[in-house]
Design a binder for this molecule. Structure first.
Ligand SMILES: Nc1ncnc2c1ncn2[C@@H]1O[C@H](COP(=O)(O)OP(=O)(O)OP(=O)(O)O)[C@@H](O)[C@H]1O
Ligand SMILES: [Mg+2]
Length: 370
């Protein structure tokens, strides 16, 4: 925006008026240009549009009104401020000029101080208007930029959510496939090996050392079969697909208690969703919640409550450990908790975790059942 030197165009056919006005206004530091006719005025305006025009009404060829109307009819010059110059006695002319839309009038003969004061006021007003317009334009462009950036962020977030859901689905599918292959392929071969070992033991004519060795081998194979079953169930608990959510939670809690020594207290209402993916989601939250208790809580007990409220599945896992710290809850490094939040959001549910007032941590989720 250029506010440097305000420019004024003087249009009057009387040279002495032009000289006088030029003199007093140039002294005020304005960039003044004086012309004697409408023709010259338009030539000048085509070169540079002034901030203000002082326009005489009575002129030969083209009078002030005609010049005024032409200026206002042009898109490029329609906003230029114009003050008419008129002899004091011509009140009708003055009124007509103001009705046309002139800013003001200056009467001849000039009172120098009055001319300077009026022009100064109007120039200040014009400059303020310019600043305001510039600020409005800047503001609008800033608002547009921000709106655009906000839309970009929303789009990016939406895409991330879709990507995350897709990755979760792929992970679950892969887990299910690997679990099936381990169980079916390895499990069946090892079971066949165990049967063969038992047959060999029954039919051997060898020494006690050999039968003892075969017994040890049978034990090892049985142990490996159990481990394979555990790995496969950890990957994808077939019990969840075959028997449902509650048996899966009971089974997992039993396993967890044996493995960690943390007592699991269950209070489970027999509910589940018709959507297997929702049951899987609740189960994965339980797994993450339990793993966190084992890894971070230093707890002796876990309490699990599963029940339905107004067509919502409600799961609550609380422990009597050292309590989660507030900064961990919203940390960008808490990927386990972020994973839970994303899974739950996908099903339009809610997730909360906080340290309890007395002791330990409480994690709870709610999902629409169907
Ligand atoms: N039951 C709990 N008791 C105390 N602190 C907890 C509990 N659950 C979570 N936390 C704290 O919250 C943090 C974030 O948990 P989160 O599951 O997101 O990450 P993580 O378990 O450290 O790693 P991972 O991404 O492998 O799950 C943990 O590092 C731990 O400090
Ligand atoms: Mg974790």
């Amino acid at each position: 925006m250029n506010l440097s030197k305000p420019s004024i165009l003087l249009v009057d056919d009387q040279i002495e008026n032009l000289l006088l006005l030029n003199g007093i206004l140039s002294k005020q530091g304005y960039n003044v240009h004086a012309v004697k006719s409408g023709k010259e005025a338009f030539e000048r305006i085509n070169v540079s549009v002034p901030d203000l025009i002082l326009l005489d009404i009575m002129m030969p060829e083209m009078d002030g009104y005609e010049i005024f109307q032409k200026i206002k009819a042009n898109e490029l010059t329609k906003d230029v401020a114009i003050i008419f110059i008129s002899a004091l006695c011509n009140t009708r002319e003055i009124l007509y000029g103001l009705e046309l839309g002139a800013l003001d009038y200056i009467s001849k003969p000039f009172n120098n101080k009055e001319v300077v004061a009026r022009v100064k006021n109007y120039i200040q007003m014009i400059q303020l208007k310019k600043i305001q317009e510039f600020q409005n334009i800047s503001l609008i462009s800033e608002i547009k930029k921000r709106q655009f950036a906000e839309r970009e962020i929303l789009n990016a977030n939406h895409q991330l959510e879709l990507l995350n859901t897709r990755l979760n689905d792929i992970r679950e599918e892969e887990r299910a496939t690997i679990a099936r292959e381990i169980n079916d392929e390895l499990g069946q071969s090892l079971t066949a090996l165990k049967i063969d070992l038992a047959w060999t033991k029954d039919n051997t004519t060898g020494t006690t050392d050999i039968t003892n060795k075969i017994d040890t081998m049978i034990e090892t194979v049985s142990d490996v079969i159990k481990k394979i079953q555990r790995i496969s169930t950890d990957l994808r608990p077939s019990i969840l697909d075959d028997l449902g959510l509650v048996p899966a939670i009971e089974w997992y809690s039993g396993e967890f208690q044996n493995r960690t020594g943390i007592n699991c207290h269950l209070n489970l209402e027999y509910i589940q969703s018709a959507d297997i993916n929702k049951n899987l989601c609740v189960f994965r939250v339980l797994q993450e919640g339990f793993t966190n208790v084992a890894r971070h809580a230093d707890a002796k007990n876990i309490f699990v409550k599963l029940h339905s409220i107004n067509d919502y599945i409600h799961l609550e896992i609380s422990d009597d450990g050292n309590g989660i710290k507030t900064e961990s809850i919203n940390s960008k490094n808490s990927l386990g908790l972020i994973g839970i939040r994303e899974r739950i959001k996908h099903f339009n549910g809610t997730f909360e975790i906080a340290a309890k007032a007395d002791q330990g941590t409480k994690l709870s989720i709610e999902l629409p059942i169907n």
